[in-house]
Design a protein around this ligand. Sequence first.
Ligand code: SAH
Ligand code: F3S
Length: 579
Amino acid sequence: MKKSKNNILPNQKEASRRPEHISTVIDPNNVPAFLKSYLEGKLFYIKTFGCQANIRDEEIMAGYLSLAGMTRTEDPKMADLAVINTCAVRENAEDKVFGEIGSFKVNHQRNKEFLLVIAGCVMQEDGVALQLTHTYPWISLIIGTHDVHNLLPLLNNVVKKQQSLINVRSFASEIVENMPSNRLSSFQAFVNISYGCDKYCTYCIVPYTRGRERSRKAIDVINECKKLSDEGYKEICLLGQNVNSYGLDLDDGTNFASLLEEVAKLGMPRVKFLTSYPSQFSDDMIEVMAKYSNIVPWLHFPVQSGSTSCLKRMGRRYTREEYLDKVRKIREKIPNIALTTDIIVGFPGETDEEFEDTLSLCKEVRYSSAFTFIYSARQGTPAAKMEQLDPAIQHERFDRLKAVIEETTAEHSLTMVGKTFDVLVIGPSKKNGEVLTGYADNGKPVNFKGPEYLTGCIVPVKILETHVYALMGELAEDPLILKAKEVAFHMSRDPLLKEYLALDEAIRNDESIKAIANKIVIEKKAMAENFTNSEEHSKHKANYIEALESLKNNPLVSNRNELISLVEERLLAIRDSIR
Ligand code: SAH
Ligand code: F3S
């Protein structure tokens, strides 16, 4: 393929510009006809690195490729089109990407029509996209994080002109609604509430790769959640780089506590959210979490460091004491809450004392689990210009921190032994097909023996023992009964079935229908009594037929008859989806 001269290249400095006006665009989901004829019937493969925002982008890109008539394959060798969705947050995540791109040379050699798309955060970094197209000439298209919704028109350009293309805008001034999406799970869903981040922690690349913070309108978020609830989803996770600043840019009084409350009211069995910025986690948030039992008793509360001076260099806008105060307040109102965190060790200039502060904070908070990272310098961020620490010191500290986290994780797991928890079943364990794996509502992984058909159900499991990374338990109810409850759950969620049941109820309570039904009984009885009197018999028969007709023509009844065939179809679909 030749290379396009119309490339759009990113500029990390530009990424921090706030667009003057953010508009909402409704995606019409058009598929260019030329592209459709090129892609229809072919196979696509997607490999995603990194966080939930990238997973959500994968689901959307898969939605677009399906619209173009393609089918997903999990075997990269079979792919006619592959997407590599990259993560820039740490160096080791970036390195994995390059190996992955190299492996698609074979597809290109075997199939001249093969298309390779590189997407995600790494592409937003200065100079990377251009360099990649030189090193790996089999790349067809590079798109940035702001152009996921333009995947099909951009691919159309590539295929029509037979030219590779780079399209990476530095920032976006639009929020796109109504994008197609092939969700990876039929019971757990991520819902974006905001894009980008305005916090500019000095180590972090995200504000440069995802741009300034933009909130979706509350109504769009709620409608998406409502649809998921109607489809029978069990768990929603609201996503934003910093959920607690949701709505501040909308200037309409919406904030995250009120949005969370609206979503909880929809009645989804489990509602959670990622990620909270500690100093913006408000008292209102604590109230809402405590009030709704379907908001899970789990909070991811990234501290990054336990030392006030180190937090200051990181650009985090809270002190150790303020963080601990929040933790105390949260635990006071929600005693059973499980707290998890992110910690960076070996940040530039981190002293022994500062590191000891991190250890002592972890011992005080006693996290139920934590992600620990060795600091990784990211080009273009302020911390990359600070004096870096010796890697040997970083690794030694990392091991010491890990030991403390393992201790508090094990301690938290032990408090669960002997108790019964609701577990959302993810599916059979990869190591042992007889064992199911799932998550307790506090986020802890739980394994137990049970039939595969419980995948996607929320089931009670009694915790028997703890292992290093998961708890072992036993099912506390008959699996067949649990499956029957699952069917009832799906029926209660389906809007069509709800409408049908409501109509049935209305018919039974309607006075005019009761009167017609009475008339039918009376006339039928009179027909039997006048069996030998043909004149009387035919008079009552005519009345009887007239009453039957008026029943049939009653709007409530005729609506019901129309609904019945739709309901039958829906029941079959529900049966197939939960089999
Ligand atoms: N607010 C985001 C944070 C994204 S990055 C969210 O939604 O989770 C996730 C975590 O990676 C951060 O909390 C931080 O602990 C870690 N991290 C970010 N930049 C890093 C870097 N340069 N080196 C090491 N770890 C980093
Ligand atoms: Fe990164 Fe800090 Fe935002 S960690 S995503 S800049 S809150």
